[in-house]
Structure formats: structure tokens, C-alpha cells
Design a protein. Structure first.
Length: 115
């Protein structure tokens, strides 16, 4: 007796440029946490990541993007911090738009899977 199997297509997205992988879900989460906390330090804590690693990722993204994604806010009375630039906001929005289109396509294709 044949059993009907249900398959699902899973896709993992990352954006590459000439130097290799540039932006994936981990970096998107880091950007979102910087937006939420206003700080690379606090974003790193939220993600249970060392500050040094978070700072390296931000530095790398800023160097490899056409425009910086994160800018530091210099200290003052309340201390410094960080915020996303318009390019950083666009990176998040674009990543999720592409991810949605890919997942919609994968869902549609799943319906045609029969082996």
C-alpha cells in the first residue's frame, strides 16, 4: 500500500558580493538588535555574542556595503551608542522581501513534489 508523503522545500538565504557571503540572517538579527537597543554592546548581549565579534561584523558590513549600515553615536551626557543608517534599514527590508518571495516560490513548488 502506498503512503502519501508530504515534502517541504527549505531555502536558506544569504547575499554575496565579490568577497563572498555578505549578509545573512545572523547579521540581519544583529542589525535589528542594534535598532532595538541603540547600541552594539547591548545588541551583542541580546544575542549572547561577544562585543568584539559584534563590532567586527558591523565593521565588515560597513566596509563591504556601498554605504555604511550602522553609524556610531558619539558619547555625551547619556553616553554613545549606534543606530542604523538608511542603508541599514533598507538592508533589513530588502532581505525580508527577498526571503518572502523565495519562501512563497518554495511553497508553491512544494505542491508539485511527487517521488
Amino acid at each position: 500500500m502506498k503512503t502519501t508523503k508530504k515534502y517541504k522545500i527549505k531555502v536558506r538565504l544569504w547575499i554575496e558580493e565579490t568577497e563572498g557571503p555578505f549578509l545573512g540572517i545572523g547579521k540581519i538579527w544583529l542589525l535589528e538588535n542594534i535598532r532595538k537597543t541603540g547600541s552594539i554592546t547591548n545588541a551583542a548581549k541580546e544575542m549572547k555574542m561577544a562585543y568584539r565579534q559584534a563590532w567586527q561584523l558591523v565593521k565588515e558590513m560597513n566596509q563591504r556595503a556601498e554605504n555604511p549600515l550602522v553609524e556610531k553615536i558619539l558619547g555625551g551626557k547619556g553616553g554613545g551608542g549606534a543606530r542604523l543608517t538608511p542603508a541599514g534599514e533598507k538592508a533589513i527590508a530588502t532581505f525580508y522581501e527577498i526571503e518572502k518571495r523565495i519562501n512563497d516560490f518554495a511553497e508553491k513548488e512544494t505542491q508539485n513534489l511527487k517521488f
